[in-house]
Design a protein around this ligand. Structure first.
Ligand code: C5P
Length: 290
């Protein structure tokens, strides 16, 4: 069998409302998530044992960490164990996206690896069962398995199809600072000792750009303030994107530091990304996945 290839698209939280801390250490969330064209790539080939190689422009960011801790390798071993698979896999992760960046990262890679290995090993497993395995690896893995616009509640384990979106192009910009998720949530807790249940304002359809604008105005990313306090460059990134010609809305994704701006054309998104690169930031522009 030849290689199986799965993409791990960047996850964008159009809004992210954070509620109380649960007994399992996770927070209750309400989020509307879309996926961008930019992403990492997973390639798997048959092999006697499970092994992982990492390449690509951000491979160096993962180099300091033992390979055994990589979520892709942990996903492969967990799927093998849970399904009683005897075969292995030679896995290659092409790391195109910045790490600790709020766009899914390790969770998106793990989800792509699960999808690829289900195909390689011809595993007979329901989507729900795969999502349960995914959630054991990380809260964002179930939505990254879906990889289409989705409403997420619970800590990430409840994933429902999101509203249809008008055609949108996103500029993703990261000011080249890493913001690990855990500490940003802890800073949120310190500033919000008694948060309310997270509000879920997502309508069933977003019929046009005004509806997108209104949804963004009527929602927020609760992690934006604690992340900006930690990394002021995020605030500069947001100011840059909110001033971009043609911008519909701009916001930080996840726990940062990547911010996104939405546009009605590829050309406008590309211009915003190019201007961001001119400031030394990482940037990408492409269509949101339907
Ligand atoms: O599941 P994952 O390892 O990606 O989560 C990283 C960290 O983010 C968790 O250890 C937790 O501190 C925080 N988190 C949270 N509530 C969620 C998701 C993540 O508090 N719903």
């Amino acid at each position: 069998m030849t290689a199986v290839i799965e993409r791990a698209p960047a996850k964008i939280n159009l809004f992210l409302h954070v509620g109380p801390l649960r007994a399992d250490g996770y927070h209750d969330l309400a989020s509307l998530i879309a996926f961008a064209a930019a992403g990492d790539v997973i390639e798997v080939r048959p092999s006697a044992a499970i092994a992982l190689a990492v390449e690509g422009p951000f491979a160096h960011a993962l180099a300091p960490f033992p390979i055994e801790t990589n979520l892709v390798l942990r996903a492969a071993k967990l799927l093998q164990r849970e399904t009683g698979t005897t075969g292995g896999a030679s896995i290659c992760l092409r790391k195109n996206l910045p790490v600790a960046a709020g766009v899914g990262g390790g969770s998106a890679d793990a989800a792509a690896a699960l999808r690829a290995l289900v195909r390689l090993w011809k595993v007979d497993i329901s989507h729900a069962a795969l999502a349960r395995i995914g959630f054991r690896l990380g809260a964002d893995v179930p939505v990254c398995l879906a990889a289409h616009p989705a409403r997420v509640t619970g800590a990430g384990e409840n994933v429902a199809r999101g509203p249809a979106l008008p055609p949108l192009w996103a500029a993703l910009v990261n000011p080249r600072v890493e913001t690990p998720t855990g500490p940003v949530f802890r800073a949120f807790d310190a500033a919000n000792p008694a948060p309310r249940a997270p509000r879920d304002p997502a309508p069933s359809r977003l019929s046009g750009y005004d509806a997108v604008r209104m949804l963004i105005a009527d929602s927020c990313n609760d992690l934006e303030a604690p992340a900006v306090a930690r990394a002021p460059a995020i605030g500069e990134t947001l100011a840059h994107l909110r001033a971009a010609p043609g911008v519909i809305a701009a916001r930080m994704s996840g726990s940062g530091a990547t911010c996104f701006a939405l546009f009605a054309s590829q050309a406008a998104a590309s211009r915003a990304a190019a201007a961001a690169r001119g400031r030394g930031w990482w940037a990408d522009a492409g269509a949101l996945l339907a």
